[in-house]
Design a protein around this ligand. Structure first.
Ligand code: DGL
Length: 295
């Protein structure tokens, strides 16, 4: 049976994570799900981001995934903990009530999903773990969605591991929407990227490392390179998330065995497959098949 690793994002951003996962784990099967119909998530409330993310995770479980990576910082900041602590630990029948396709219908429904071996991981922790080795000045900037910045997830997590690092956050409303609109290489993108980078650096001119705390942002790399002064590192997180997943599979032999190895990737979107294909082609160098699904 195919048990791909699920990768979820509000839209196209998680593709930047998927690329790195495939690079690092080329034999694994993956399912990518972009909730493009409801993207961006960045300025949505905690409750809404949690609800949308939970629906996507349950859909991916019902499609055969045992392990789902939230390839989205906003979802990782606002929904991961509740999903891990509540949804995965409740008796499965409660969760199945929301999903007519069900999760592994043959299994004992009284058992929690966690006991049945289902897991969800996020992108913030793996990124935070490397921050200490990237900065020399110990002044780090985080650019992310309003939701991620407001959650303070990055500053809280970084201060636990590296209390000496000063973290300055900058919310970047519109950046994800610019990517979703296919306008990453435009004057508009240059304008909004430079505006927010300028705001960030005026808050703390000693920043030497800027973490892209939104998976959409690597798609704005050209605009970022123009806006960020030389000598400041721009750090996308995909590579670190991929290394953390590889390490996780090395440490969890049951999960490593459960995730199938056919080297396939299947793409799903909640919006138009034609549009997904077109936009995804801008950064994936391959022709892909995309299927529309409802959450
Ligand atoms: N790519 C997402 C993130 O990492 C979400 C962007 C959005 O939907 O606003 O935060």
């Amino acid at each position: 049976m195919m048990t791909p690793i699920g990768v979820f994002d509000s839209g196209y951003g998680g593709l930047t994570i998927l690329q790195q996962l495939r690079h690092r784990l080329p034999t694994r099967d993956f399912i990518y799900l972009g909730d493009n119909a409801r993207a961006p998530y960045g300025s949505r409330s905690f409750d809404v981001v949690y609800e949308f993310t939970r629906e996507a995770v349950m859909k991916l479980f019902s499609m055969g995934c045992r392990l789902v990576i939230l390839g989205c910082n906003t979802a990782s900041a606002k929904a991961l903990r509740t999903i891990q602590q509540n949804d995965l630990t409740q008796p499965c029948s409660n969760i199945l009530a929301h999903d007519s396709e069900g999760v592994d219908a043959g299994q004992d429904k009284a058992e929690s999903l966690e006991k049945q071996g289902y897991r969800v991981l996020g992108v913030i922790r793996p990124t935070v773990e490397v921050v200490g080795s990237l900065t020399k000045t110990r002044h780090v900037g985080i650019v992310a969605t309003e939701g991620t910045i407001r959650s303070r997830s990055y500053s809280l997590e970084i201060s636990k591991l590296n209390p000496d690092i000063k973290v300055t956050g900058q919310a970047c409303p519109l950046w994800a929407a610019i990517v979703e609109a296919g306008e990453a290489e435009s004057e508009g993108a240059d304008y909004f990227v430079s505006k927010r980078i300028h705001q960030l650096l005026s808050k703390d001119p000693q920043i030497d490392t800027i973490i892209l705390g939104c998976t959409h942002y690597p798609l704005l790399m050209n605009a970022l390179r123009k806006a960020v002064p030389p000598g400041i590192h721009i750090v996308p997180q995909g590579e670190y998330v991929a290394a953390a997943l590889e390490d996780y599979l090395n440490r969890h032999a049951d999960m490593a065995r459960a995730c199938s190895e056919g080297g396939t990737v299947t793409y799903y979107t909640t919006e138009s497959p034609g549009r997904f294909k077109e936009c995804a082609a801008m950064f994936l160098n391959e022709d892909i098949e995309v299927t529309k699904i409802k959450l």
